[in-house]
Structure formats: C-alpha cells, structure tokens
Design a protein around this ligand. Structure first.
Ligand SMILES: Cc1ncc(COP(=O)(O)O)c(C=O)c1O
Length: 430
C-alpha cells in the first residue's frame, strides 16, 4: 500500500484528491502528504510495540520530516518528538508540545544548542562526555530532576544495514558509557537513559531485538556501576520501508514480538518499575505517506533516454546522497501506454549528477505529463536546497478528501530578502 492510488480512469490520486488538481492549482514540483496514511502508520507502529510491552513510547524523529502539519498529525496521535536541532525544538514548541514529550539527541553541539537546552527541561541525549561536561556550565552544575542519556556507539557486532557509518562519529563504546554515567552519578545526576541508533532503513528481522538486548545488558552494567537504575532504553530509529515492488519491507509485528520477547527474558530480574522502552522512527511513519509530483519538461532519446522533470536533485536528494531508487508513476499512464522504456529521470540542474531516479521503466512520456515519485515523505523535502538558485517546492497535505498548502513554494522575494550587498555606492542594491 502506498499514499498514491490509481483511480479507475488511470489518474493518480492521494487520499481521493487527483494529483493533476493539485498540480494545476499549486504548480509543480509539489510534495503531497496523505494525513490518513501518516496517522495509520503511527497506529500500526505504536500498537505493535505497546500492546506487547506497556511502558513503550514512540518519538517521531523530526529529521525525517519537520513540516509542522506532518509533525502535528503525529503529535495528535500521541507521538513524542525526537529533536536534533533547536529549530526542531522551536517547531515542537510552536505546536504546543511539552518538554516531557520531547527528546533531544545532540551531535557535536555548539554553545547555542547547549544553552538552549539548559534553559529547557527536555531530556538530553549526549553523544559524549565532553558535551555533558560543557552542558553543566549552562545549568549551574547539576540538575538532578533532568533525565540524561548517553548514546552507545553502533557496535561492530551489530550489522548496520544501508548506512555508511563513517567510523564512529556517533556515541561512546560501552566502557566509556559506563564511565560517563559514573561521573554523572558522582556529581548528583540520578535520572538515566540509554540510547543508540544502529542502521537505517533496516528490514531484517532480529535486528531490533539485538539492539534492545545490548541496551539492556549495558543498562544492567550501569546500574551495577552506579547503583542508579536506567529509566529509559531507547533503540533509536532505522525501521525500514519497501522502496520497490520486490522489497519485503519490515514486518513490524514480528519485530515488536521479537523485541518484547527479548525484554521479557532479560528483564525478569529487573527491579520495578520496568524501564520505558523508546523507539524513534522517522521513515516508517512518513516515508510512504508522501509523493513528489513533478512535470515532465523534456525527453532526450539516444543511447539512453532521459526524462527531464521540474523536480531536480536539489529538492529530492535521495539518489545523490544514498544511491536509492524509487518507484515512479505517470499520471493517466493508460493513455500513455504500458511501461516499456528504460529511462533515467533527471532534473534541471547543470550538473551531471542531477539524476533523480536512474534506470527505471516508464511509459513513453511526453512534455507536460505528470509523474509521481513514490515514498518521498521521509528525507525528501527536508533535505532540499537552493542549489542553482532554484526555489524550494510547495508542500500540501491531503486530509478528508481536501488538500491544504502546508508550505508555500519559495518566492523570488523570499529568496532574495536574505541577501545583502556590502555598502558600496558603485553597486546597485538588491
Ligand atoms: C538519533 C536518531 N533517531 C532516529 C532517527 C530516525 O531514523 P529513521 O528515519 O531511519 O527511522 C535518526 C536518523 O538518522 C537518528 O539519527
């Protein structure tokens, strides 16, 4: 199942709204989100775990999609928010989310981040001991009511699928995590959490239960070393979705069953209360709920066929960044024909790497046709840039058979107003 549905007449629609209606009224390129799908994804995910382990919390990882309308839908379902920048915190606060329903996972924070967090009571997840030490100068030493976590590095022992780990930028090895908690408890901190994030778009069964088993084991070592029970165990995100027809996807029920089984076995001797178990899904909640709709602007046939669209890789960077592929549908494709042509879908940038989706089969499209790139709801619009001075796209959300523009297309005026020329009378003003 996907956000997009082909109607009887061959036209594509999201939540009952034809994409050609959105395209003609809002223009292209445009990201379209299906609110019902986002809500359904949350319920499926959260229920799978919480019905097996009561003290379970789902925090939506805002980095997958920070568009406030998307975040608001998840918050209203009961999701907490996993933030990683102060702008994400600002969005969460603007939506009225209380600090207890947020987490902040930091990674090489500057003083602005540390001081912003120091002024708030949001639980903080430290990437290392130095950050924790620096943080203390922003909270006058010790704040014993604050829940603090340290991040375990993605151990070599756990296979990290689909992610370039680039060494260990993230977290601390087990021994250093234990030392960090010892230091924290020595100076008076007494509310502890443990966090990790291993892998991205993982669809293999057994992965998350292995992650949780490691967290419980380290949590026991922390308790033994400090006498402080770990309150929360956070397995991070990484829950995979299928991007192709042959992809199996992640069986979330099976995954939750394996995690619950592991917890049951490992927490038998754990003194009450049991720890909160946390997951921070991003992609799983929003990935298949978004499509990117673009217009075909040119077709070049030769040794290889290029279909040029008005959504370039600066607004959809997934292939460029991660080498990923996506399903692409053509609106009204029955009028155009069955998929016969092997093509690469490219954008409008003067950049040889500007291939949005490579080597797929499409019907013989013509200029003016609409295409929909599926599963574009996570790490799509939020990674868009103004490369080439192309504008950021519009984004709309479909709810109850109607759509709302939830982010305006960037205008020339909006783009230009951030630039200034140095004072110099020989240059004209912007
Ligand atoms: C700390 C943390 N939590 C959660 C996520 C969300 O990951 P995903 O969208 O793969 O579930 C990320 C993604 O990078 C992350 O870094």
């Amino acid at each position: 199942m996907n956000a997009i549905v082909e109607q009887d007449d061959g036209c594509l629609a999201v939540g009952g709204v034809p994409i050609r209606k959105v395209a003609s009224e809002v223009g292209t390129p445009v990201y379209i989100y299906d609110e019902a799908r986002i809500r359904r994804n949350f319920r499926t995910f959260h229920k799978a775990f919480s019905r097996r382990y009561e003290r379970f919390r789902t925090y939506f990882s805002m980095k997958a999609n920070f568009v406030p309308a998307v975040v608001a839908a998840l918050v209203s379902e009961g999701a907490g928010l996993d933030c990683s920048s102060m702008f994400e915190v600002a969005i969460a606060e603007a939506l009225g989310v209380s600090p207890e329903r947020m987490l902040f996972t930091m990674c090489y924070p500057d003083d602005g981040v540390l001081s912003g967090l120091g002024k708030r009571t949001i639980p903080v997840n430290f990437n290392g001991l130095n950050e924790f030490r620096r943080f203390r100068s922003f909270i006058n030493g010790v704040d014993s009511s604050r829940l603090i976590s340290f991040r375990l590095d993605p151990a070599d022992s756990i296979e990290a699928e689909g992610i370039k780990l680039l060494g260990t930028k993230f977290g601390l090895p087990e021994t250093e995590v234990i030392e960090a908690f010892k230091e924290a408890s020595r100076i008076g901190f007494c509310r502890f959490g443990l966090h990790t994030m291993v892998g991205s778009n993982v669809t293999r069964s057994g992965h998350f239960s292995a992650v949780v088993a490691r967290l419980v084991r380290v949590a026991e070592a922390v308790k033994a070393a400090t006498g402080v029970p770990v309150e929360s165990i956070d397995m991070g995100g990484g829950f995979g979705i299928p991007y192709g027809d042959a992809d199996p996807g992640l069986d979330i029920d099976q995954t939750a069953g394996e995690v619950a089984e592991t917890l049951k076995k490992m927490l038998e001797a754990w003194a009450e209360p049991l720890p909160w178990v946390i997951a921070e899904p991003g992609r799983y909640l929003v990935g298949d709920a978004g499509v990117l709709v673009a217009s075909v602007c040119g077709v070049k046939r030769g040794a290889r066929t290029f279909v040029g669209i008005d959504a370039s890789s600066n607004i959809f960077m997934r292939r460029v960044l991660y080498g990923t592929s996506h399903r692409v549908l053509v609106d009204g494709h029955r009028a155009v024909g069955t998929p016969t042509e092997a093509v690469s879908v490219c954008g409008q940038l003067c950049d040889n790497n500007d291939i949005v989706v490579s080597d797929i089969r499409l019907p013989a499209v013509r200029v003016g046709d609409l295409v929909a790139i599926l599963d574009a709801g996570a790490y799509g619009s939020v990674r868009a840039s103004n490369f080439g001075a192309w504008p950021l796209p519009a984004e709309v959300m479909v709810s109850d058979g109607r759509y709302t523009v939830v982010r305006e297309r960037q205008s020339v005026a909006d783009f230009m107003r951030r630039f200034f020329l140095p004072a110099d009378t020989s240059r004209s003003g912007l």
